[in-house]
Design a protein around this ligand. Structure first.
Ligand code: FE
Ligand code: FE
Length: 199
């Protein structure tokens, strides 16, 4: 954990208060739900509970930005924008969120920033914290739409890699069924874990 976070005593309170002001109430509660679920998963898998909670609180911190703002901040910071992202700029809230977490919320921990950065699409070779945030975002208590939600929720506390793969699979099936454009990174992540797990 970076010195900054330690010294700055109630970081979780400072961040939760800031996020409450930036996001609508539903999304604020979602952020707390992800933080709480991520902390529980961190306890289960021996990850850093404090980092998991902070990444959870902040993961959607750029959600209030409109498409123009999302593209603008990413361009300004030299972040590469893919065709899929130009097509659907809301995907950029993850990359923009990592920028804001650092610049606006003073979080310098690279693991936290990375977990925020890849929480929408995942990526090959995710860290434990990346996986925790990705899964917590999908299963937090406020979620009620995803198929197999109760299965995935209990699986998450048994086998983190199988759970990650199951979520990727369900997301891809859903996107295919609705004809939505699939971000290439989601496909890449799915392929990587399919080989990794020999699924
Ligand atoms: Fe998000
Ligand atoms: Fe989220």
């Amino acid at each position: 954990m970076s010195d900054k976070i330690k010294k700055d005593q109630p970081t979780r309170i400072r961040l939760a208060k800031a996020i409450e002001k930036e996001l609508n109430y539903k999304r604020f509660l979602h952020s707390l739900g992800v933080a709480e679920t991520a902390a529980a998963l961190a306890m289960r898998y021996d990850a850093d509970v404090e980092k998991a909670e902070i990444a959870g609180i902040l993961h959607d911190c750029a959600k209030y930005m409109d498409e123009k703002e999302l593209i603008g901040i990413c361009k300004k910071r030299g972040v590469a924008i893919s065709d899929a992202e130009y097509d659907n700029p809301s995907l950029l809230h993850a990359k923009a969120g990592a920028i804001l977490a650092q610049e606006k919320y003073d979080i310098d921990d690279p693991e936290i920033l990375e977990a925020i950065r890849n929480h929408t699409t995942g990526k090959p070779e995710m860290s434990l914290l990346d996986k925790i945030i990705y899964i917590a975002d999908y299963i937090e208590p406020g979620r009620d739409q995803a198929p197999n939600l109760s299965i995935v929720r209990s699986m998450a506390f048994e086998d983190i890699d199988r759970t990650l793969f199951k979520i990727l699979e369900d997301i891809l099936l859903y996107l295919q069924a609705t004809g939505a454009r699939i971000d290439p990174m989601t496909g890449k992540t799915y392929q990587y874990y399919r080989e990794e797990l020999d699924a």
